[in-house]
Design a protein around this ligand. Structure first.
Ligand code: HAM
Length: 428
């Protein structure tokens, strides 16, 4: 072998065929469940102007301050790989004046995101999110619906042991008092803060609550709670969300530590957390309200709420709890003998079956029948058949069910319908 191997970038992974069926199930379920609630798909570019994330998510957040893949395109324009989907969705809402069509827009998205974090179990540099955003509704019914759709998705995809934790960060009227309470609380401990956190105490004290520095994590655990500083309107909103979820039978816990790592949140925040199986990266999905962001990014004042789920983390849970079965071909079609007539007839038969919607693998190499049948087993085919001169002369072929060894002779001209009939009668 010549040449050295080139491996994938650290923290970025291939999805190999063995894992694809589970990911496909996750995607199909997401499309179906979001469709039930009227969410429509959007696809935005993977690369955006860096300013979008700096303004939309906030410079003091780890995601923007430390983890973005940013570059200056040909010395002209600062660009970044998207670290999340909400800022892009808001940009698209504003750029396409969607509010003029209907201020209420319900969108979902699926795709890769990029954060230069320290790679570890459940934490990657390229990862995938399924997310949704609901624009144009300030009413708590939007919060209830957003949380209910995530809950339903997790239930229908078949995952268990995931709990919902909720909090309220309050609105613009609640913020100044809460900010002041945090400054009062952290200032006497200022000498325990690292340089970044000391700076954050001045510019954005809420960010101290999701600092990863162990000393600050410990302090943050005893910090004043947002829930004690809610304006009457925010408190009423939060109560309505809780009442709605209870009415729908969606279980939740109130957890004042759910402050989230992005600056744009107001009022309701929530996380779906796995109770086991994911180690320290146990948050499967997170989201909340961001009523100021559309205006912040140049649109009309528009309330909004959304969430995003980490597909890798969900797949890790499902691999243990509800793995996907590999689906092999319906038929493996082998050949016996090497004449052109046999090879061509086998290729034709395979195409005829595929036209009838059957999944067929046809042998691609002139190897012995034994080897071909080994491959039929390896690819997990339901039936195998071998065409040779004899079959061409008699016009019949034997369909062998691999699980039982049972053989059924059928006319070559009837192969698609006969195979369909057998597949439908066979107990899987
Ligand atoms: P987030 O909490 O930053 O929120 O990310 C959402 C989910 O993405 C996390 O709960 C986790 O499952 C997954 N995730 C995040 N970082 C990584 C990583 N490095 N490796 C693997 N999985 C990861 C957002 O991104 C917001 N945009 C959610 C949102 C939508 N809020 C409102 N609308």
């Amino acid at each position: 072998m010549s040449g050295t191997r080139i491996n994938a970038v650290k923290g970025m992974h291939d999805l190999l065929p063995e894992s694809a069926p589970l990911w496909q199930r996750i995607e199909t379920t997401a499309r179906r469940v979001f469709g039930l609630y009227g969410f429509e798909e959007i696809r935005t570019p993977l690369v955006e102007p860096t300013a979008l994330f700096v303004r939309g998510i906030g410079e003091d957040t780890d995601v923007v301050g430390k983890e973005m893949y940013s570059f200056v395109d040909k010395g002209e324009e600062p660009l970044s790989l998207r670290p999340e989907g909400t800022a892009s969705a808001v940009r698209a809402y504003v750029e396409h004046d969607r509010h003029t069509i209907d201020p209420i827009q319900k969108w979902f998205y699926y795709g890769p995101m990029f954060r230069r974090e320290r790679p570890g179990k459940g934490r990657y540099r390229q990862f995938h999110q399924i997310g949704a955003e609901l624009f144009g509704v300030a009413d708590p019914r939007a919060d209830i619906e957003m949380i209910a759709v995530v809950h339903r998705f997790l239930t229908e995809v078949g995952v268990s042991g995931v709990v919902l934790r909720m909090n309220s960060l309050g609105d613009a009227d609640s913020r100044p008092a809460y900010r002041e309470a945090l400054v009062q609380y952290f200032t006497p401990h200022e000498e325990r803060l690292g340089e970044t956190d000391r700076q954050r105490l001045k510019t954005n004290p809420l960010r101290l609550l999701d600092s990863k520095d162990p000393a600050v994590v410990e302090l943050a655990g005893r910090a004043p709670s947002t829930l004690d500083h809610l304006s009457p309107a925010s408190a009423a909103h939060f109560q309505a969300v809780k009442d709605g979820l209870s009415a729908l039978g969606v279980p939740f816990e109130v957890d004042p530590s759910i402050v989230r790592g992005l600056d744009y949140y107001t009022r309701t925040t929530f996380e779906f957390v796995a109770t086991s199986g994911l180690g320290s990266q146990s948050t499967v999905a997170g989201g909340g309200r961001y009523d100021g962001m559309v205006a912040e990014l140049g649109g009309p004042p528009t309330p909004a709420i959304g969430f995003a789920l980490g597909v890798e983390r969900l797949a890790m849970l499902l691999e243990v709890q509800a793995p996907a079965a590999k689906r092999g071909p319906d038929l493996f079609l082998g050949t016996h003998g090497e004449g052109d007539a046999v090879t061509l007839r086998a290729l034709q038969l395979a195409e005829t079956c595929r036209t009838a919607g059957l999944r067929v693998e046809v042998t691609l190499k002139p190897v012995g029948v034994g080897k071909q049948l080994q491959r039929a087993n390896r690819v997990n085919a339901r039936f195998a058949a071998v065409v040779g001169d004899g079959e061409l002369q008699s016009g019949t072929i034997k369909l062998k069910e691999l699980a039982t060894g049972r053989e059924t002779p059928v006319l070559l001209v009837d192969l698609p319908s006969a195979l369909r009939g057998l597949l439908e009668n066979v107990t899987p």
